[in-house]
Design a protein around this ligand. Sequence first.
Ligand code: HEC
Ligand code: HEC
Ligand code: HEC
Ligand code: HEC
Ligand code: HEC
Ligand code: HEC
Ligand code: HEC
Length: 272
Amino acid sequence: MKSEANSVQSEKSSAPSKAARTKRIAVLCSLLAATALVSCVSITRTVVAPPSIPGATYVGSDTCSQCHENVTKGFHTATHARLKAPGANAADVGCESCHGPGSVHSESGGAHHTIVNPRKSPETCFQCHLDKRGEFNLPHHHPVLEGKISCGDCHDPHKGQAVLGGGTAMATEFDTCGRCHTAQRGPFVFEHEAVREGCTTCHAIHGSVNPRMLKERSSVVCLKCHFQQQTTAGRIVIGGSDHTTRLPRGTCFSAGCHEAVHGSQIGSSLRF
Ligand code: HEC
Ligand code: HEC
Ligand code: HEC
Ligand code: HEC
Ligand code: HEC
Ligand code: HEC
Ligand code: HEC
């Protein structure tokens, strides 16, 4: 644990404290994480006590594999497996970085209430992803802290990419989000091409200050792609159509206009 972690600790040690609540820094943080491999993470660990079972000590991932082979066998492909530093003093990363020290659990043969399960509490994730606690506290958020859904519904901690359907793999993002949000999933007769770029084009998935977890307030979310043209006659044209009298009526997606933002069965102008 010590070796790799400490080498990046100094250059980044100011990140987590300031980072706490803003998305911009969150992004910066994850960019840094991508380049520096071991991130913010190792620092916050020393500050915030991780959830754990009283009296338990670290046993190392090899012990877990004796009984959870189905989980351990794919773990080397997981994003979080990169945190697993080699060597004898690396026992506290790997499985136990999220599940806490596992000696009591292992010795009891897997008795109930002897190990942390992040499905029941995201605290274990926040010890490293401190900024996420802030995001889930924003006025409009996925109800993770309320216990209605868990990080694990959208993230795979055990194998492959941690962000399910991440990157440009739109089909899989449909699968991830569409599992719970069937109405937005389609298929639609008239698709909105923007949705193909991913739900995260418009939504701040963890939480946002804006209603519907939108990344931008009001019509700005649309106008970043749909150019607003001001003609010499003082008219405002969007998408080749005169919007001068329409804009004061409300946002693009309210006021009886393009309410079917995700796609429409009725018409190409995205109405219900
Ligand atoms: C001696 C066997 C054994 C070892 C070693 C073991 N487990 Fe388990 N574990 C079990 C059994 C049995 C269960 C209960 C399975 C069930 O309920 O389906 C379990 C359940 C769990 C659960 C779910 C608990 C819950 O409350 O939902 C987690 C998480 C877990 N183990 C993680 C680990 C980790 C991490 C390690 C290594 C530190 C580990 N286990 C080592 C046998 C073991
Ligand atoms: C990045 C954090 C993280 C790491 C590292 C991690 N787990 Fe998990 N684990 C989770 C989460 C989150 C869940 C709950 C999954 C869910 O919400 O369905 C979980 C659930 C489990 C369960 C309960 C059964 C299940 O599948 O739901 C077992 C057993 C388990 N993990 C074992 C392991 C073992 C063994 C390792 C090491 C190879 C490991 N975990 C590493 C986060 C982690
Ligand atoms: C011990 C610290 C630690 C814990 C605990 C931890 N993470 Fe991470 N996580 C990291 C680091 C470091 C990275 C960046 C890894 C990289 O980019 O190589 C990361 C990356 C991620 C990513 C982004 C992956 C990507 O492809 O951009 C997600 C999503 C994530 N973690 C979710 C979780 C969830 C959910 C939990 C709790 C179940 C959790 N993490 C617990 C350290 C941790
Ligand atoms: C409703 C689905 C969903 C839930 C629930 C969720 N996430 Fe995410 N998360 C995503 C998506 C989608 C991305 C990719 C974001 C993007 O591409 O803009 C992401 C990205 C991330 C990242 C990497 C990029 C970043 O923003 O730093 C981390 C770390 C992360 N999530 C942690 C968590 C933790 C910790 C939890 C639980 C407390 C959680 N997530 C719950 C969907 C979710
Ligand atoms: C496990 C189920 C689940 C998954 C997966 C999921 N969500 Fe949600 N989502 C919810 C719940 C529950 C709410 C809160 C609904 C409420 O409070 O009425 C919600 C709320 C939302 C809202 C705000 C709705 C409103 O009326 O304000 C948006 C936007 C959203 N989710 C988008 C997404 C996107 C995009 C994804 C994929 C990255 C996703 N969700 C994945 C369960 C899920
Ligand atoms: C082009 C931007 C955009 C994209 C891409 C997008 N959304 Fe939305 N979404 C919106 C807007 C705008 C609203 C608010 C609509 C309203 O208030 O009537 C919304 C509302 C929602 C809601 C709340 C329920 C509702 O319909 O009002 C959910 C859930 C949702 N979106 C999920 C998703 C999912 C899942 C995806 C990916 C398949 C996605 N969104 C992609 C712009 C978008
Ligand atoms: C990521 C870029 C992007 C965003 C954001 C976006 N759109 Fe689009 N939209 C497109 C593309 C691309 C098309 C298809 C090409 C075209 O018709 O301009 C399209 C088409 C449309 C159409 C159909 C035009 C027609 O007559 O065929 C409407 C209506 C529309 N968008 C409304 C909206 C609304 C409302 C929002 C905000 C909630 C929005 N768009 C956000 C990219 C975007």
